[in-house]
Design a protein around this ligand. Structure first.
Ligand code: 5GP
Ligand code: ZN
Length: 116
């Protein structure tokens, strides 16, 4: 999969930057977020470089979102959270800091998980 300029997530997908893999197939890569907001905080990314949701075509969106339930269940099984938030930030004012489309899977453990 060709790397896009200096994109940090393309480097992670290509293995140039190490990551803790949660799931991988031909289309999608999932790995633990480096700053774990809660235990098991995971990012799911398309292998094809895509800036954010505005650049996702139907095929890419279908392959990315189709994997989310399976990956969410794998995280649920491993970490046994009480719940889970699924989030996606697009453009800087909305909190996007890495400009390679990614979905946050955020396990929730109840009042003590430190995240509001
Ligand atoms: P955003 O703010 O764009 O929605 O989310 C980007 C996420 O990428 C952040 O939660 C940040 O912690 C994570 N992140 C940034 N650089 C790295 C990295 O090198 N490795 C991993 N595993 N996560 C990263
Ligand atoms: Zn990229």
């Amino acid at each position: 999969m060709p790397e896009h300029n200096d994109c940090i997530f393309c480097k992670i997908i290509n293995g140039e930057i190490p990551s803790a893999k949660v799931y991988e197939d031909n289309e999608v890569y999932a790995f633990l977020d480096i700053s774990q907001v809660t235990k098991g905080h995971t990012l799911v990314v398309p292998k094809q470089h895509t800036k954010n949701i505005y650049e996702a075509d139907d095929k890419l969106a279908e392959s990315l979102f189709a994997r989310i339930p399976k990956i969410a269940n794998a995280i649920k099984k491993t970490y046994q959270p009480a719940g889970m938030n699924i989030l996606n930030n697009n453009e800087e004012p909305a909190g996007q800091s890495v400009f390679h489309l990614h979905i946050h899977l955020l396990p929730r453990y109840g009042e003590q998980d430190g995240f509001q």
